[in-house]
Design a binder for this molecule. Structure first.
Ligand code: ASP
Length: 354
């Protein structure tokens, strides 16, 4: 497929690391539409004009955009497939990738890309902004420039990073461990269950023991995704009967149960029976905690053990965002159900504790 790549003149045209910036939309690239009286995505060719600092970077920079750019609340697995295809297509030509993305679903997309890209030996760094690039106090400038510098960073001629990350407001996080937890302040992302990969202030301090090491196998992109996932968040007083038709729906393949604390749920027999029925029907039931920190331990309380006994799989310390992506990825591989369940419980891309 022929794509329109826009090359940006920078300080080091020859010899510097080659970075491809992929623009998907989001607040970062938004402008005010006076007719609609709301923020709408800007055309990517205008983006570099708003960021003249790009020309001072010691790297060779090209930009490509998805068409049309979107508010990330409109994100769909088809766009993840498109992003994975771009990375695959330009993998050999570039040393690193920066994805400009809305903050709302950035953690989902970063998680999806982490599963879709096997043996990734180059950085794929997502970033965005809380304020549009055209606003004087925008956080877009620092986020984009630092994400580009991190993607270009090298030791002894090879990339420092070999994974999908999110860079935001001085923090580099593992993409499939991050969550958007703040919509008003600039520090939009956190990864409660995994240390920062780097802290960027005057200097960039990498947390080396926590970085993914360079993979040995060949880079491979998996584009098949299964969309039949539902999330059921537990709350006191909920009636699982209401979900009966959802569990019976022909396109539903897996249910993420957002449970309490360390993976606990009601011990009411009718509740467990409804889940047992769903499990017997062949649905994959995945236990993910509502807590942002800590992990699911189904054996700790009788209320968790009940779930384990009916075949609910523990998501350990996985985020809901990574759980959605992991299920879509694994169910898309057409593995047998035992293998799918085995892989759900183990760490594949640094998304959960070993
Ligand atoms: N709604 C926007 C988006 O996710 C919010 C943002 O970018 O911060 O695309």
């Amino acid at each position: 497929m022929v794509r329109d790549l826009l090359h940006i003149e920078t300080a080091s045209e020859i010899g510097g690391p080659r970075i491809l910036m992929i623009y998907t939309g989001g607040t970062l690239g938004m402008v005010y539409d006076y007719e609609l009286k709301t923020l709408v995505p800007l055309e990517f060719s205008e983006l570099s004009k708003s960021l003249p600092e790009l020309m001072r970077l010691e790297l060779s920079l090209s930009i490509v955009s998805i068409d049309p750019p979107i508010d990330s609340s409109d994100m769909q697995p088809e766009v993840w497939q498109e992003l994975a295809s771009i990375v695959e297509e330009y993998y050999a030509d570039f040393d690193g990738f920066v994805v400009l993305h809305g903050t709302d679903t950035m953690a989902f997309t970063a998680s999806a890309l982490s599963f879709m890209c096997e043996n990734l030996a180059k950085p794929v760094i997502f970033t965005g902004a809380q304020l549009p690039i055209g606003v004087a106090r925008t956080d877009a400038r620092e986020n984009i420039i630092t994400a580009l510098e991190l993607a270009a960073d090298r030791v002894e001629g090879s990339s420092v990073l070999h994974e999908v990350c999110i860079y935001f407001n001085g923090r580099l996080l593992r993409g499939n461990r991050a969550k958007k937890y703040e919509s008003s302040q600039f520090d939009a992302f956190q990864s409660e269950n995994y240390p920062m990969l780097a802290e960027v202030g005057v200097y960039c301090q990498y947390n080396f023991p926590y970085l993914q090491s360079k993979p040995k196998g060949d880079f491979k992109v998996h584009k098949k995704l299964e969309k039949g996932i539902v999330i059921v968040k537990l709350f006191p007083g909920m009636d699982l009967d209401v979900y009966e038709s959802v569990f019976q729906h022909k396109s539903v393949r897996a249910v993420i149960l957002e449970t309490y604390g360390s993976g606990n749920a009601s011990t009411k027999p009718s509740f467990l029976e409804a889940l047992a029925k769903a499990s017997q029907k062949g649905l994959v039931l995945y236990n993910v905690s509502q807590c942002v920190g800590g992990q699911v331990r189904q054996q700790d309380y009788a209320s968790g053990l009940g779930l384990k006994n009916i075949g609910v799989i523990s998501g350990k310390d996985i985020t809901t965002e990574a759980a959605v992506a992991k299920l879509m990825f694994l169910l898309g591989q057409n593995l047998d159900s035992e293998e799918t369940k085995r892989l759900l419980e183990i760490n594949l891309r640094g998304e959960m504790a070993n």
